[in-house]
Design a protein around this ligand. Sequence first.
Ligand code: F6P
Length: 341
Amino acid sequence: MRIGILTSGGDCPGLNAVIRGAVLKGDRVYGHEFVGFRWGWKGVVEGDLMELPRHRVRGLSKEGGTILGSSRTNPYEAGGGPENIQKVLDKNGIDAIIAIGGEGTLAAARRLSDDGLKIVGVPKTIDNDLQATDYTFGFDTAVGIATEAIDRLRTTAESHQRCMVVEVMGRYVGWIALHAGMAGGAHAILIPEVSTTIEQICEWVESVRDRGRAPVIVVSEGFHLPTMDGAHSHKGLDPFGRPLLGGIADILAPMIEERTGIESRATVIGHIQRGGAPSAFDRVLATRFGMAAVDAVTEARWGTMVALRGTDVVDVSITEATRSLNSVPRRRWEEAALLFG
Ligand code: F6P
C-alpha cells in the first residue's frame, strides 16, 4: 500500500516520532510506501506532498515540531470535499490516510471517513483534552516544561517574598495546570472546569504569606473568574480593534496584589510548552501510536483512532473520541485542593 500521513492543528512534541514509527514498521513489516502531506489538510487538498522513504525518518523520535509542517486548515472549508480529496489520492496513487491531530483534525477525519475515504486517526494534543484515550503524547512534555518553570519561579518568589501567578496552556481543559501544579507543589491551581472566586484565591495567598512563604498560583489559560466573560474582553482592544484575548495571569496578578498587598508577578509560559524535544514517555507513546496506526490501515479498520487504555494501545472509533472533550473531573481538582494555601 501507499499511505499518506498528515499532521494538522497546533504542533506537539512527538509528531515526528509517530511518523517515524509508522514509516519504519510499515516499510519493514508490511512493505508499505509512505508520503507526507505538507501543512496538514492543506497539503491533502492541494496535493502538496513529499516522499517519506525510511532513511528520511531515521533519528526523528527526539525531534520536536513536525517535518511535514502543520496548519489549522479545515478540508471542507478549503474547498476540499471528499471527491476532490479522492482525486488527489488517486492521482498520487495513495490508498489511505493517517491523520495525526487534535479534536478539529479528527472531526474532519471522521466526516471524510463517513464520506467513504480510507482514514485512520492518531490523537495529538498537549492539552490532553481528547476523549477515548487515557493520554495523548505531548502532554507529558508540556507538563515537564511547566513544572520546571514553576520550580524556577518558586526560588525567585521566595527571594523577594512575592506571589507568582503562572499561566500554562489549556484552552478548554485544565489538565496541564492540574498536573504541573501538583508536581510543582502550587499553592492553588485554577482551571476552566472549576469556578473559583478572587476572594478564595486571596485567602490561599494570604495563608501562604502568613506562614512566611511565597505563594505560587498556577492558572490554566482557559480559566476565568465567575465575574468575567469567557473571552476576558475587558482587557481592552488591540491596535486593530480586536478584543485582547487570554492573559489571565496578567489579570489576576494585579488583582491579588491590590487585595492582599503582596507584590505579585505574572508569567505566561506559552508556546515553550509545545516546542523542543519530546519526553521519553511521549517518544514511546508516539512511536507506539504510529506503529498501531499502520496496523489499523493494513487491516482496513477505517474510521478508527489509536488510543491508550491503561498500558495497551487499542483502537476506538473516531466518533467516540470526538463526541465531547476530556475535562478534568471535579474530584481530581478537589483532591489537589486539599493541599492548597
Ligand atoms: O490546543 C493546543 C494549544 O497549544 C492550546 O493549549 C492553546 O490554547 C492553543 O493550542 C494555541 O494555539 P496557537 O498556537 O494557534 O496560538
